[in-house]
Design a protein around this ligand. Structure first.
Ligand code: ADP
Length: 407
């Protein structure tokens, strides 16, 4: 089956084509084709590639977003070496949808009702859901007839107990949908399953803390394959310090700023989402590479930003371990988690009381998927490459198989 995956955001659209002949192997395969659109004002940069290398690169004027997406996808069936004879060869299209609200706890076939929910949840995820919905509707037009599947970032956290998901505000908030939803669920779930495979253990017997550390950062406490706590909440702003987001802060600061500086909601939004985090504290960058490099050159604000990042990370890992009542493995994933040996070693140094001990050679070699703990470590420490597109493709295959329709 040929499965096209779309991951649409406000500034980029990432897409991949997977080909699954029989039951998918446990080890993720490479995509047979990948495409990327970077939306830049009135222009769009389009790039496509295959395992053999770059296939095409274009910068075009945006007349409509549909036309740009059509141009990107047409590389599959036109161009010098088409991979498909016709668009109809695509068996199913999977979409990453950030917010599925209360209704969706599993990947689901796109229906008018599902689209209504995604539209309604746009209020809670304004930077993500509208673009996911746009992707669904554009595919309806370009590949009319292809079944589509929505895979939700919130779905994995639907197993949170109420004690973790209900905020300690007025009880009426709950009826209004104000509760902890949690995000990055597609990758937290993938990492939990992959960790069990790498460890050769049954997922149902494991207590895991998965650390998704990218531009956005979140933790999940996973017991027996189910999410029982997570650090992001009603929005992806809660929890850890991130590239440009503050993570959790005393809400009293907001009241103070509104009273003293008469800040508007848009100004607060900008401060907390774009002017905080690593960038806000360091004044240098939201990129951990630049923070580490400036810190190593003696920049004190970069060091402070790094130290706060590690302090928040380790204190919230402690909180996840407490909720789990122990830990078998700690998983690092996403841009920082996979690549920053400095972040992993500073984190594990603080967690030594839990018996976490890194193998420093393995840590510095940064394996794509592997165990970097020392042989005498009491817990396993893993690095797992985030593979959201593959997780979505696999969910599409599983759903088709469960319906025995293969689409
Ligand atoms: P997104 O959340 O947008 O998917 P990624 O998971 O790709 O983002 O993470 C991007 C971040 O990863 C960058 O902003 C940077 O801070 C970090 N990063 C990427 N490569 C490295 C590296 N070699 N060392 C440290 N940090 C890195």
């Amino acid at each position: 089956m040929k499965i096209l995956v779309l991951n649409s955001g406000s500034s980029t659209l990432k897409t991949s084509l997977y080909e699954i002949a029989t039951a998918p192997h446990d080890d993720p395969p490479a995509a047979v084709w990948e495409g990327l659109i970077e939306w830049q004002g009135s222009c769009a940069d389009i790039r496509t590639s295959s395992p053999l290398g770059v296939r095409s690169r274009n910068r075009i004027q945006i007349n409509s977003r549909k036309q740009v997406i059509e141009k990107l996808l047409s590389d599959l069936w036109t161009g010098a070496a088409p991979l498909l004879k016709a668009p109809s060869e695509i068996g199913v299209v999977g979409h990453r949808i950030v917010h599925g609200g209360e209704e969706f706890s599993e990947p689901a076939i796109v229906t008018p009702r599902l689209k209504d929910v995604v539209r309604r949840m746009s209020e809670f995820a304004p930077l993500h859901n509208p673009y996911g919905l746009e992707g669904i509707e554009i595919i309806e037009e370009i590949l009319s007839g292809a079944p589509q599947v929505a895979v939700f970032d919130t779905a994995f956290h639907r197993t949170l107990p109420e004690s973790a998901s209900v905020y300690a505000g007025p009880y009426e908030w709950l009826a209004r949908g104000i509760r902890r939803y949690g995000f990055h669920g597609i990758n937290h779930q993938y990492c939990a399953e992959r960790a069990a495979r790498l460890l050769g253990r049954d997922l149902r017997s494991l207590k895991l803390v998965t650390c998704h550390l990218g531009n956005g950062c979140s933790l999940a406490a996973v017991r027996g394959g189910r999410s029982v706590d997570t650090t992001m909440g009603f929005t992806p702003l809660e929890g850890l310090m991130m590239g440009t987001r503050a993570g959790s802060i005393d809400p009293g600061i907001l009241i103070y700023l509104m009273r003293q500086n008469h800040l508007t909601t848009d100004q607060l939004d900008e401060l907390l989402n774009k002017k905080s985090g690593l960038a806000g504290v360091s004044g240098i960058s939201n990129d951990m590479r630049q923070i580490v490099s400036a810190m190593n050159s003696g920049n004190s604000r970069a060091k402070l930003a790094f130290d706060i990042f590690i302090h928040r990370l380790t204190s919230l890992i402690g909180s996840m371990v407490t909720v789990l009542g122990g830990i078998d493995a700690l998983v690092f994933t996403a841009g920082i988690g996979e690549n920053s040996a400095e972040v992993r070693s500073a984190t594990c140094a603080t967690l030594e009381f839990l018996g976490a001990r890194l193998d420093f050679t393995k840590n510095s070699q940064a394996p794509r998927d592997g165990d970097i703990s020392a042989s005498d470590s009491r817990i396993r420490i893993l690095v797992i490459r985030a593979q959201e597109d593959w997780a979505i493709a696999r969910a599409c295959w599983d759903l088709g198989h469960a319906r025995a329709s293969s689409f």
